[in-house]
Write a new protein. Structure first.
Length: 286
């Protein structure tokens, strides 16, 4: 029976991994967040992995406050850049596997067709730069590393765009939302299913892209959120990026090509609207 460590277990993806662990009973799990294991402490990571005889690490921990990261580079760098290297060294010492979750922000968003895994990276923010450095650390120190880049993550857990737009839709009569940034939402539950598919089939090291199928803007995403949540009283107005300035630059186009992960692990990826409906139905039934 393999021992699996899941870091960042109190976050969106970590919580979805907890739920799926209940139906993937063939493994022993260790769910940690910072209180149980500080992944920025290299020795603590090595001790934990050794003491619990960990075979696979799924690193769901990250510094994800994109704008705050511009002023908080040191902590962002520790968590996104150096910590994956510590995890990689520890699991390499056991001949195990690392699944490192990364982001579409490793690209600058100037493309116009979906990004493939082998395309040149060019991050345009502290967040994107530190996440790319984390990918490189992970692959440098663990030969059995699977990088899985994702985008626009949401779930029933934690704070995210879907929950915020539902709340604002109920509070406000009108709302401006950016329409010229294009990507694909990702339901964290679907990403967790893909990670388990890789674990169950056998992790093939390399870089992979995962988001839901389809393409939309933040404006389209919000329109669909309000539609599915039954919000009809809030008028949405499309905004240009320059009308909503932020500290960190966002990719204008960050659609990810998912061919590699689908072919490698034989998975089908749900359409973003179908997954959004599933998530909102869960939120409304609470």
């Amino acid at each position: 029976m393999k021992n699996i460590l899941i870091t960042g277990a109190n976050g969106q993806l970590g919580n979805e991994m907890r739920l799926l662990a209940e139906v993937n009973k063939e493994y022993t799990y260790f769910f940690t967040d910072v209180a149980e294991l500080d992944i920025c402490d290299e020795q603590a990571v090595m001790n934990f992995v050794t003491d619990h005889q960990i075979d696979i690490i799924v690193n769901c921990a990250a510094y994800t406050a994109v704008d705050k990261a511009e002023d908080d580079r040191e902590l962002c760098d520790k968590l996104n850049h150096f910590a994956p290297g510590y995890l990689a060294k520890a699991i390499q010492s056991r001949g195990g596997y690392l699944v490192q979750v990364s982001t579409d922000y490793v690209f600058d968003g100037t493309a116009h067709i979906p990004y493939k895994e082998e395309q040149a990276t060019c991050p345009d923010s502290v967040y994107g730069t530190t996440k790319l450095a984390g990918e490189q650390e992970a692959m440098k120190y663990c030969s059995n590393t699977m990088i899985i880049r994702t985008a626009w993550l949401y779930s029933t857990f934690g704070n995210n765009f879907v929950k915020t737009m539902i709340r604002l839709g109920k509070e406000k009569e009108a709302l401006g939302v950016i329409f010229d940034q294009i990507g694909t939402p990702t339901y964290a539950c679907d990403l967790a299913v893909a990670i388990f598919a890789a674990i169950n089939k056998g992790i093939v090291p390399g870089i992979y892209h995962y988001s839901n199928e389809g393409v939309c803007s933040w404006y389209d995403f919000t329109q669909m959120i309000h539609h599915l949540a039954g919000i009809g009283t809030c008028k949405l107005r499309p905004l240009h990026t320059e009308e909503y300035p932020t500290k960190a630059n966002r990719p204008h186009y960050s659609v990810l090509d998912k061919t590699k992960i689908k072919e490698t692990y034989g998975i089908e990826i749900p359409y973003w609207v179908d997954s959004l409906k599933e998530c909102i139905d869960k939120l409304l039934s609470r």
